[in-house]
Write a new protein. Structure first.
Length: 267
């Protein structure tokens, strides 16, 4: 029996985790491209899409984000079912924490530039760079100015001012959650040694034009993970959106190798 003809409940489960200032809709092209092969669980991370803002922001951690993700998964998937994780940026860092917590249940891990800045050594140029970005966001006099600092860092100076006013307003309204994302990321205690304990097949993707901070995280992570390979695409940190076809092709190939073929062997 072919996998595409299999009952939906027998298809591999792929969890999709988006970047900051985005939502589950970020993955619509990937879902459409791979339709019929997997059961996709696309999650809105806290404070984005339809998910609520964290209840206790002052003490917010990546663990709280992962708890919310696990609750979303549990609403769609039985607790014993294997999972394949795909995450971009903040969603990628969340996927790393989720993989450590769920252990063998996670059968594969695909991340595009996870912003796991806690993995960067204190005082390193890459960490100094992102800490300066966080400081500029925190020091901004308005939410709009803070959103400008955030958007321009990832997309190039002047990008924010070229956006339609409605989009600028939407990004400004989300900047408070972005600050919590950075709080959670820089406060995460996990190390590269912790990540090295992850032994599921992994694919670490990056963009050729991305900032030093995320390129360095991706390189260190790919070296630390027990069974990882890496690949680079054209574009920058937002390539899963700006260069979606190229990124989704690599994700699709990885899933077919480690999710689809594994499921076929189990039938």
């Amino acid at each position: 029996m072919s996998l595409t003809a299999a009952p939906a409940e027998s298809l591999p489960v792929v969890v999709l985790l988006h970047s900051s200032m985005s939502s589950q809709s970020q993955w619509n092209k990937l879902v459409a491209r791979e339709s019929g092969r997997y059961r996709f669980v696309a999650v809105d991370l806290l404070g984005y899409g339809r998910s609520p803002f964290p209840l206790e922001p002052d003490s917010f951690t990546l663990g709280h984000e992962v708890d919310a993700v696990m609750a979303s998964i549990a609403a769609h998937v039985d607790t014993h079912e294997p999972l394949h994780l795909v995450g971009h940026s903040y969603g990628g860092a969340t996927a790393l924490r989720l993989a450590r917590e769920l252990g063998p249940r996670v059968r594969s891990l695909c991340v595009f530039e996870p912003v796991a800045f806690h993995l960067l050594p204190q005082g390193s140029p890459a960490r100094t760079e992102i800490v300066a970005v966080v400081a500029s966001i925190e020091a901004a006099p308005t939410r709009t100015a803070a959103a400008r600092s955030f958007i321009d860092y990832w997309n190039g100076a002047g990008t924010f001012d070229t956006l339609p006013e409605a989009q600028q307003a939407r990004f400004a309204a989300q900047i408070d959650k972005v600050k919590l994302d950075f709080q959670a990321l820089l406060g995460e205690p996990a190390t590269l040694a912790d990540c090295a304990q992850l032994d599921m097949p992994a694919l670490v993707l990056s963009g050729s034009a991305s900032p030093r901070s995320t390129r360095e995280v991706a390189a260190q992570l790919a070296s630390a993970l027990g069974d990882a390979r890496s690949a680079q695409v054209a574009g920058g940190h937002m390539a899963p959106i700006t260069h979606a076809d190229a990124v989704n092709e690599l994700i699709g190939e990885f899933l077919r190798e480690h999710a689809l073929e594994a499921a076929g062997a189990a039938l």
